[in-house]
Design a protein around this ligand. Structure first.
Ligand code: IVH
Length: 670
């Protein structure tokens, strides 16, 4: 053993003590759980190699934290065990194999699958059917008496219902804070100038540790049972059977507890609940899988402090730490300046994240973040990743303040920030190359001139090669010029010139929308067209006249009039008309009708016999659908061809509409 190992061990202990105190005692965790676990693993590794270095005060020696002195300590008659974790199917298989081997292979066993509730383990004692005591898990052997607080939790029965309960019955379960109540609580706390809780679990912990039960009483806490401890008389021979019996005695259970047979179905349960987790009323961080038969549980027994008959199959971490390498400022179509964090790439919530938005200057101040900082990144489900906090104790000496620019990084125009507004804007308008680029992308987009085969990537390449500077330049492109960009062969160039020509014939609402005037979406563009009938009338209208249009108020009228009085815009419009963009004036009013699949998320799977998958995708997109690759609770429709497999099963499980080939062909030909 070297001095280095000893020093490393001490550093790990200090860090774990520091972060552990913040987590367990202060309810203000600074690190994501996964990072804390990693430090603990490192400590355990060194200690297993050098057992002579294990001291009684090492954080490895107390799993679950110390009971607070201020509450009366209570010894658990039966220790409250913890669970071992698995993180993938391979580890889950190994868990199953260990069971099979121990049960001599031939036994047919089922599992109880349950959500792993993300709250606090609590033991409730009932004597002669009366609630008498509640104790936290503490370190598994001794917990804190929190009876007076738990009494205020509304779904905890103070008297058991029904008949046949044992004289002494200890019910174990989790106290959680409901998600919507948590959001409200934090809003109220912020209003009162108090600090917000980091997550529902910490809010639940904080609520249970109140000395004044009147405070606990107004917190949205719930209890859900998941096992029993002391019993003066046994009941039930299966875990699920026991839980159902508890339910009959009015003890609350999670609605998600299910008896499941076979590992395949366990995996299915896991996938399914992971996709539904955002819609559950409480936070969960995995699935607990337990051998259902009680005799088998006894036969399997436990190792150290975790049972062999149960395992927690955790979801991939939604939070991870990384370093903020730099901040770039991106300029949007209307000049909005968005700070974008450049991160050391990090795997979180199932994907690698290397950029994430910092929204605006206020957000940077709120986070108190500097370049070089260690930050916690969160990506939950399909929600865009974000930085949730800074690990200030890890700030390097050379951390750099984030300077919000006063000049546009692209065109050097002044950046304006209107008093009282959080948004900052580049004042360059069409002079700004970044704004022009976004304006051209918008001009080509599906709801604007809908130029087939001209996606964002190609627009970017055309601009980079300086082949275009403004929308009108698109219509002057030659095939030869287009082939100058990567991966554009003769045929593609020909197709693009063809679709550009075709797109010149448009409608008045599309043309107005394509100009990208602030706050003028499709519906406003249609209303303007219907009201004024010709483009000339719109561009010459006064603010008062504009405000006569349905849903056009002072602000939109101002945006319209300042857009049309700007010389550069006038010139850009005239050139567009010169190069041949045209439309029919309005005789019959347009009705703003959203596309049939507007905003719908569609997944294609299996083989289609009448068209290729890519053609089907294009056809669906033309009807307004967003076509994605995997089925989730956000999916609206699954198109399932021949030999559709797991996606079809999942869609059925989630209750998503499914169309077969006949169905989709009928829909497309309507
Ligand atoms: S059973 C002997 N079931 O997870 C098994 N625990 O990591 C003891 N938890 O301290 C626990 N949901 O706070 C069990 N459905 C569930 C659970 C669950 C959440 C928590 C519990 C326990 C921790 C162990």
């Amino acid at each position: 053993m070297t001095m280095d190992t000893q020093r490393q061990l001490q550093t790990l202990k200090d860090q774990l003590n520091y972060y552990g105190h913040l987590y367990y005692v202060e309810d203000k965790p600074e690190l994501p759980d996964a990072e804390y676990d990693r430090l603990m693993q490192e400590l355990l590794m060194i200690e297993s190699e050098h057992p002579e270095l294990i001291t009684s005060d090492s954080p490895s020696q107390r799993v679950g934290g110390q009971p607070l002195n201020s509450f009366v300590q209570v010894r658990h008659e039966v220790p409250m065990l913890s669970l071992n974790n698995v993180f993938n199917e391979e580890e889950l298989n190994a868990f199953n194999k260990r069971i099979k081997d121990k049960l001599n292979n031939h036994l047919n066993y089922t599992f109880s699958c349950e959500p792993k509730l993300d709250g606090l383990a609590v033991s409730l004692m009932y004597e002669k059917g009366m609630f008498v005591q509640a104790v936290t898990r503490g370190d598994g052997f001794t917990g804190e008496n929190i009876t007076h607080n738990v009494k205020t939790i509304r779904n905890v029965p103070l008297q058991l219902q029904g008949i046949g309960w044992p004289n002494r019955l200890e019910v174990r379960g989790e106290v959680v804070m409901l998600k919507d109540g948590f959001i409200k609580l934090n809003e109220e706390n912020l209003k009162k100038g108090e600090k917000a809780f980091v997550n529902p679990r910490n809010a639940a912990a904080g609520s249970l540790r109140q000395f004044d039960p009147r405070i606990t009483a107004i917190r949205p806490l719930r209890f859900y049972a998941y096992s029993v401890g002391v019993m003066s008389k046994g009941f039930g021979d299966s875990h699920v059977g026991r839980l159902k019996q508890l339910r009959k005695w009015s003890i609350p259970l999670s609605l998600e507890v299910k008896k499941v047979k076979g590992l395949k179905n366990v995996i299915f349960y896991y996938q399914d609940i992971m996709h539904r987790r955002n819609n559950l009323p409480y936070e969960i961080d995995g699935v607990v899988i337990k051998v259902n038969n009680i005799l088998m549980q006894e036969q399997l027994g436990s190792v150290a402090r975790a049972p062999r008959w149960a395992i927690a199959y955790k979801f991939p971490a939604q939070e991870a730490i990384t370093t903020l390498l730099d901040v770039e400022f991106q300029i949007g179509r209307t000049g909005i300046v968005t700070p974008v964090a450049k991160l050391n790439p990090i795997f979180v919530g199932g994907v690698t994240v290397s950029n994430c938005t910092l929204h605006n200057a206020d957000e940077i101040v709120r986070l108190g973040v500097k370049i070089g900082d260690t930050v916690i990144v969160r990506r939950a489900g399909d929600v865009i990743p974000k930085i949730v906090s800074v690990v200030e104790s890890r700030r390097p000496d050379n951390a750099k303040r984030i300077q919000f620019p006063t000049e546009c990084p692209v065109c050097e125009s002044h950046i304006e920030r209107i008093k009282g507004e959080v948004i900052a804007r580049c004042s360059g308008g069409l002079v700004c190359c970044a704004q022009r680029k976004e304006a051209i992308k918008h001009f080509c987009s599906r709801k604007a001139l809908d130029i087939d085969g001209l996606g964002d990537k190609i627009v970017e390449k055309l601009i980079k090669k300086e082949l275009i500077q403004a929308p009108a330049d698109l219509f002057r492109l030659t095939e030869g010029q287009i082939t100058m960009i990567d991966r554009m062969g003769h045929k593609s160039a020909q197709n693009l010139v063809y679709s550009l020509n075709k797109a010149k014939e448009t409608t008045l609402p599309r043309f107005i929308y394509s100009l990208g005037i602030r706050e003028v979406g499709e519906a406003t563009a249609t209303n303007l067209a219907n009201h004024f009938l010709t483009f000339e009338a719109i561009r010459n209208a006064s603010e008062e006249q504009l405000m006569e249009v349905q849903n056009v108020g002072v602000i939109v009228a101002k945006h319209l009039s300042s857009f049309f009085t700007e010389k550069l815009n006038q010139a850009a419009i005239d050139v567009l008309i010169d190069v041949g963009v045209h439309w029919e004036d309005i005789e019959v009013p347009y009705e703003y009708v959203p596309l049939p699949l507007e905003g719908k998320v569609v997944v294609l799977t299996g083989k289609l016999s009448t068209m290729s998958r890519s053609d089907a995708k294009l056809a669906l997109q033309a009807l307004g659908a967003k076509v994605t690759g995997s089925v989730s609770e956000r999916t609206d429709l699954l198109v399932a061809g021949e030999e559709a497999g797991s996606k079809l099963i999942k869609a059925k499980q989630l209750g998503i509409n499914v169309l077969d080939e006949d169905g989709i062909m009928k829909f497309l030909s309507r």
